[in-house]
Design a protein around this ligand. Sequence first.
Ligand SMILES: CC(C)(COP(=O)(O)OP(=O)(O)OC[C@H]1O[C@@H](n2cnc3c(N)ncnc32)[C@H](O)[C@@H]1OP(=O)(O)O)[C@@H](O)C(=O)NCCC(=O)NCCS
Length: 195
Amino acid sequence: MNVTDVFGNLPTLETDRLRLRKISLRDARDFFEYASNPEVTRHSTWSPHESIEDTKQFINQVLNQYKAGHVAPWGIEHKADRKFIGTCGFGNWIHYHARAEIGYALARPYWSQGYMTEAVQCVIAFGFKTMKLNRIEARCRLENIGSFRVMEKAGMTFEGVLRQHMYMKGDYHDLKLYAILHADFLNQEHLIQQV
Ligand SMILES: CC(C)(COP(=O)(O)OP(=O)(O)OC[C@H]1O[C@@H](n2cnc3c(N)ncnc32)[C@H](O)[C@@H]1OP(=O)(O)O)[C@@H](O)C(=O)NCCC(=O)NCCS
């Protein structure tokens, strides 16, 4: 199982309320709507998109990743609202160590309703079952309560603080490190979903 086998044709994943599928240029308007909100980018490495052209440029980069069979995020579609509301996916997949990292962002009106926990649980199941990972990590700033709550609710364990781990927006930031092992996943039957 290598990167191209999995990401050469990124499969669509379904949860109760969400569809995780390839991002397309048709999502640009919905994507820009939330990616231009400074509240959404406050704890992230990226800055708010200033125009829809920024969003299209980002989407084109993702499309190139899909085409090349590289690791790339899923777009999150709200099934009932038929709206593109965020992204979730893997980065830093190191095949030899069977280890990868998860990242995500969600449109502001959809926060605190369990959506990202639902998406992350599905992506974790995909990581262990399809990508055959042994360890999945996630990191966030100490102040990003919503983000580390997602990690906790998705069954990840807090492993410590990476001091001044990231230089971002003019300063060094401490990051919380969470991870889930394949063995943990097997012990958490409630996380296992059909993927
Ligand atoms: C982080 C993020 C993805 C969370 O998504 P979400 O769908 O709101 O997450 P969930 O609803 O599944 O879970 C979040 C939990 O944190 C809680 N929470 C969120 N913000 C909080 C705050 N400021 N204080 C206390 N609790 C908070 C929510 O109430 C919920 O808790 P509960 O279910 O235990 O009641 C979303 O806030 C977001 O996109 N933020 C901007 C981008 C970002 O920071 N990405 C992560 C970078 S590391």
